[in-house]
Design a protein around this ligand. Structure first.
Ligand code: UDP
Length: 248
């Protein structure tokens, strides 16, 4: 799989099928596999958070999520389709049902995570849940112990970033043969608590606008991060005449 870099953070150029192929071979080899659905907010955070930068550089697959990443890749003359985290997670659940894999969900509020599980089971009654837990807890050690005992083969973690990636790194050290995905607010979408943006917004790359209109408090998160990200990418590629690549 081809890999490029956006502001020194790796981004894998793939589609849903090739990403699923990598998942499949990791499961066959009984290896851990950490997937990040990488977006501009994460890349900007990695510029100032060294630990998070390391995490993004050590993960196994960084799927391009968010229209901002697509724009940054376009500046490198790379045409890459955005892979929405929610769509990818749904594909993973299809795979899990087909292959009878043990699935774990960690994150979101109690009523949200319960409803998300319920909705998946309506569509995929064969889905084999071994762990479902809300994302509000006091002891991370307790959660890690619980997950270790349930031994999932696919674990979706929706605690927001970088919290979800940090716990995945800890889990990676003690589990075997597990595919971990940080899914952000996806459980809110799966539960139906957050409305998914209409297809036209998705196609136009304006999902962020739809979400911001529904949740105006997101505005503080998006601005100035998103415009700064684009400006930084422009400076790196067009003005400095560099490719947005990792410094060797
Ligand atoms: N969350 C959680 N535990 C926490 C903080 C957040 O489970 O301590 C959940 C929250 O309920 C939401 C998700 O993490 O479901 C964060 O969603 P956000 O919109 O921040 O993620 P994004 O989709 O923007 O990456």
């Amino acid at each position: 799989m081809n890999r490029t870099y956006v502001l020194n953070c790796p981004v894998d150029l793939c589609d849903c099928e090739t990403a699923l192929d990598s998942v499949y071979s990791a499961l066959n080899d009984n290896k851990n596999f950490h997937i990040v659905t990488i977006n501009p907010e994460m890349i900007m955070n990695a510029q100032k958070n060294k630990n998070f930068f390391e995490i993004l550089n050590k993960s196994d697959l960084n799927i391009p999520d968010g229209v901002g990443v697509r724009i940054a890749l376009k500046m490198q003359k790379i045409n890459q389709n955005q892979i929405r985290g929610v769509d990818f997670s749904r594909c993973l659940m299809d795979l899990a049902a087909k292959k009878s894999l043990r699935v774990g969900f960690l994150g979101a509020k109690e009523e949200v995570i319960k409803k998300a599980k319920e909705n998946f089971l309506k569509k995929l009654p064969d889905l084999n849940f071994c762990y479902v837990r809300n994302g509000y807890f006091d002891s991370i050690e307790e959660i890690i112990e619980e997950i270790k005992l349930s031994s999932p083969q696919i674990l979706l973690v929706g605690l927001g970033s970088p919290k979800q990636e940090e716990i995945i790194v800890k889990l990676k050290e003690i589990l075997k043969g597990c595919v971990f995905v940080g899914v952000g607010g996806s459980f809110d979408v799966f539960s139906g608590c957050t409305k998914e943006s209409p297809l036209i917004f998705q196609k136009l790359g304006l999902e962020w606008l739809y979400r911001t209109v529904l949740e105006p408090k997101r505005l503080k998160r998006i601005f100035p991060v998103l415009p700064l990200f684009v400006i930084k990418c422009i400076i790196n590629t067009i003005i400095k005449g560099q490719k947005i690549e990792k410094n060797s």
